[in-house]
Design a protein around this ligand. Structure first.
Ligand code: NI
Length: 258
């Protein structure tokens, strides 16, 4: 069986404080062979660096989530630029726009989204895009910034298949996780039918968004097989085909050798 690549996890989260080490040591034994831990704030970027330096199979993404951008300034941005150049940092992220929580001001979110896109371009790294209730502004900024030259993934995709097409046309991958198994995820299932298998990557966004039958509980990469099963059913292919294709896609996305 092909192993699983969790392209988006937050094992630095306090939800894992009690058993982080035991859980992380278990993952490779359970077929989770690669994890990218994604920074969302300056402090989570620091913890991401510790995790990627501790565990062989853990890689990192360094960036600041739109709702945390109020903490950015020239000094902390310079620090981010340095950290992004570490060996095991495979992407700039997560970055983007979040109008669901809608803070700080949209102008601040936009400014740091653009700055971090430019950073990725400068360092020739892919980006991890977080976009919630902000499809139009996200697309407008990515278009204006020629994001197709940068590349990356739109994580926890939550928009329509029409919006998926725009990101696919820019050459982006689409990250899909536990939401796919939710009963009320009609829009995402439609998008999943539409998105070609060679552009999909698996993710957890753990500790959030555990798939059915563990919905509502703390999520971890160990739940990804439920997402694989849901994908296989929607696409009419085997679970092994889902594993094989997403394993390859994730390495291509993060420009890693298999
Ligand atoms: Ni995330």
């Amino acid at each position: 069986m092909t192993p699983i690549f969790d392209t988006h996890a937050h094992y630095d989260d306090e939800a894992f404080d009690e058993d982080r080490e035991a859980l992380l040591q278990e993952l490779p034994k359970q077929g989770i062979a690669r994890v990218v831990n994604v920074g969302a704030s300056l402090s989570s970027c620091k913890k991401t660096i510790e995790l990627m330096e501790t565990y062989d199979f853990v890689y990192g993404a360094i960036g600041v989530h739109p709702n945390e951008t109020a903490e950015l300034n020239e000094e902390s941005f310079a620090w981010l630029r340095e950290q992004c150049q570490r060996d095991k940092c495979v992407a700039v992220g997560e970055i983007g726009l979040d109008y669901y929580w809608d803070e700080p001001a949209r102008s601040v979110q936009k400014e740091w989204f653009v700055r971090q896109l430019d950073l990725a371009r400068e360092l020739s790294q892919p980006v991890i895009i977080h976009s919630r209730d902000a499809a139009k502004d996200t697309v407008d900024i990515m278009t204006a910034e020629n994001a197709s030259e940068i590349g990356g993934v739109v994580h926890c995709f939550s928009y329509t298949k029409e919006t998926a097409k725009i990101f696919l046309d820019m050459g982006f991958y689409i990250g899909i996780g536990g939401v796919l198994t939710f009963k009320n995820a009609k829009k995402l299932k439609e998008a999943m039918e539409y998105i070609p298998m060679d552009r999909i990557v698996l993710e957890t966004d753990c500790p959030y968004l555990a798939p059915v039958p563990n919905r509502g509980k703390r999520n971890s990469s160990l739940n990804i097989p439920y997402v694989v099963a849901a994908m296989a059913e929607i696409k009419g292919i085997t679970e092994e085909e889902v594993r094989r294709q997403t394993w390859k896609n994730a390495h291509d996305l993060y420009r890693m050798k298999i």
